[in-house]
Ligand binder design. Sequence first.
Ligand code: ADP
Ligand code: MG
Length: 238
Amino acid sequence: MSSVQIRDVRKSFGSFEVLHGVSIPIEDGEFVVLVGPSGCGKSTLLRMLAGLENITSGTISIGDRVVNNVQPKERDIAMVFQNYALYPHMTVADNMGFSLKLRGAKQDEISTGVKRAAEILALTPLLDRYPRQLSGGQRQRVAMGRAIVRDPQVFLFDEPLSNLDAKLRVAMRTEIKELHQRLKTTTVYVTHDQIEAMTMADKIVVMHDGIVEQMGTPLELYDTPANQFVAGFIGSPA
Ligand code: ADP
Ligand code: MG
């Protein structure tokens, strides 16, 4: 695990600036939730943390290393997307081990990593199955397994639960929180669901149109919203 510093980060696509100078300090082991309406720049920021988008200006550091020019593979970050695609022709074990394999790990390191992740996520009995033989919740756990298998310094989640039904979403919320309590990996979790934010976050960052409107604990935002936008967003029903 590691601290993450986002300092005055801007991002333009052509002449269109989507992030207008965003600064977010993230402590070692913290669970930070980015919330905000669709299009406000949450995924873009997460992709920049992962190294999948260039930073137009500003800096991102992980631990004490500025990573602006560091390739995704070299960043020790794992990302779980909304539309996680498992490899259909690979077993659960091979799906989970694939990122280690890509990074040149030896077969016994891969097996050890997969076993450990499978135990944490209660996937051990499913390791030989194929994705089509799994339920939606099990597939989601495999997607998380792929992320934790490397024991990364930072986890990034981009609306990982938005394709699940309401009941499963609540169950997975609890699972992700328990996983965090167990591993204490620094986490940045994106959602547009304020209930998810309020129940999961150590710190919530409310974004709107490419800026940060407010950051604070769930209680701080609830008690003292900085402006009408935050009040409306935090207070509105899911
Ligand atoms: P969010 O995840 O909060 O819904 P995004 O980060 O996906 O928002 O998008 C922020 C803005 O940037 C949107 O206006 C989106 O259309 C734009 N955008 C995202 N990716 C690209 C891209 N590759 N090229 C041009 N515009 C983009
Ligand atoms: Mg998004």
